[in-house]
Design a protein around this ligand. Structure first.
Ligand SMILES: Nc1ncnc2c1ncn2[C@@H]1O[C@H](COP(=O)(O)OP(=O)(O)O)[C@@H](O)[C@H]1O
Ligand SMILES: [Mg+2]
Length: 307
């Protein structure tokens, strides 16, 4: 076993996802300790980040979700302090929070994204409805947890949902996106390799906040139902999409939608996936024989990938 020195498990933090982060942090802490690693929980909401230096930590395992932890902020601070950390660096973290700019990069590289439009006050909403078809999805570009995501079904409804989202002052541009109806998948990326895909089957109309956090009837299927050649295609797309935003050899997840005709579309990237024992990356890793504790050690090793 590589000697990692004194490891800080960064968890908690200031975002709305603080509780989720603490749950992941506790699981990671236990796992690292079970491997004989000198790991301690470090909550930046309770301690100054500078203590990482003054208290002699060698490396940070970042499991802070949302604003500050996942968006490049803490990554920049750690770079400035000269502390190594797991997961993505500043650029990939910041881009991963912004669905619009991810799409621009993926489109430029010829990766498939669902047809979409950026909405403005003076958009021709009827024309967007006609162009993308109904139903369609509307979403703020820089939120998560399905916050602000709406399915528009009725002609004429788009303008009203747009105004509502604009007035809520959510983060990022407001996007309208073609409805892709043939299933939802996610594919983990770890140290430059793709993990087996997981199919997400919500019992709600789409994978909304309720299905993600409040209900316990969402089905996560791994191995998924993709035929082998499409599984291989999804894994290749996940690696390309993740590398395109600068994720490279770190750890992350790329989410996909499948069309009714079977075509795959890249939906979004997640640069700091959850790490409780029932999170999706641990599920996918288990499928290829990597247990939770070994997974945590592998992620710790990504701190040595240059960010
Ligand atoms: N174009 C689309 N077609 C079908 N379902 C979609 C589409 N866009 C979003 N959804 C549904 O809404 C959920 C949340 O949207 P997503 O873009 O992933 O935002 P978030 O960052 O909040 O997870 C998705 O998991 C999916 O169930
Ligand atoms: Mg999503």
């Amino acid at each position: 076993m590589q000697n990692f020195g004194k490891v800080a498990v960064l968890a908690g933090g200031f975002s709305a996802e603080r509780e989720v982060s603490l749950a992941s942090g506790a699981a990671v802490l236990d796992a690292l300790k079970s491997k004989g690693i000198d790991a301690r929980l470090f909550d930046p909401a309770e301690r100054d980040l500078g203590e990482l230096k003054t208290q002699g930590f060698d490396i940070a395992f970042n499991i802070l979700h949302g604003t500050y932890g996942e968006d490049g902020t803490v990554q920049g601070a750690l770079d400035a302090l000269g502390v190594r950390y797991t997961g993505c660096g500043v650029l990939a973290s910041a881009l991963g929070m912004d669905k619009y700019r991810c799409k621009l990069i993926w489109q430029a590289l010829g990766l498939p994204v669902p047809p979409y439009a950026v909405l403005h006050d003076d958009s021709d909403f009827a024309a967007v409805e006609a162009q993308l078809g109904l139903p369609l999805f509307v979403k703020p570009a820089a939120e998560g947890s399905s916050v602000g995501v709406h399915k528009v079904k009725q002609a004429g409804e788009l303008a009203q949902i747009y105004k509502q989202l604009r007035d809520e002052k959510l983060h990022g541009e407001i996007l309208a996106e073609q409805f892709v109806s043939g299933g939802e998948y996610t594919c983990g990326v770890l140290a430059g390799e793709a993990l087996p895909s997981v199919k997400i089957i919500p019992q709600t109309e789409f994978y909304d906040y309720e299905a993600k956090y409040l209900r316990d009837d969402t089905v996560y299927q791994c191995p998924s139902d993709l035929p082998p050649e499409q599984e291989a295609h999804m894994r290749a797309l996940a690696l390309r999409a993740f590398a395109a935003i600068g994720g490279g050899g770190n750890c992350g997840r790329v989410d996909f939608l499948r069309g009714a005709d079977g075509a795959l579309y890249v939906l979004e990237a997640n640069t700091l996936p959850g790490m409780t024992s029932h999170s999706l990356i641990p599920k996918a890793a288990a499928q290829c024989g990597i247990g939770f504790a070994d997974l945590c050690v592998k992620i710790l090793q990504t701190a040595y990938v240059s960010n």
